[in-house]
Ligand binder design. Sequence first.
Ligand SMILES: [Zn+2]
Length: 117
Amino acid sequence: MAFTLVDAQKGKAVRVALKADFFEKALNSPFVQKRKQGIPPQDIEPEIANPLVEKILKMPEENFLEIGDIFDFEVKKGKAVFTAKKCTKCGELTFVNKLRVLEDGSEVCIPCSGYKE
Ligand SMILES: [Zn+2]
């Protein structure tokens, strides 16, 4: 499991991956065992969840993270959209650039529109 962290202002990025053995151990933790039984995270006793969180917060990064070299990363400049409207069908709050207009003029979210995107 890996992700790329981007510093949009400096145009730099770094790839960070969870170390496989750490990830494997995490999947065997009592917390994940409970999740596997279908227990929602908020219903798992804090006595189980909290020590795990504490442990990770105190753990040196190199014990569980593979941190790659920093590389150049160009962030596509698009105007950020901060206006949202409710889908007229399902009521889901949707960013206006993701709303689709139906033949009758109503604005709906993508799933409700039937369009792929
Ligand atoms: Zn909708």
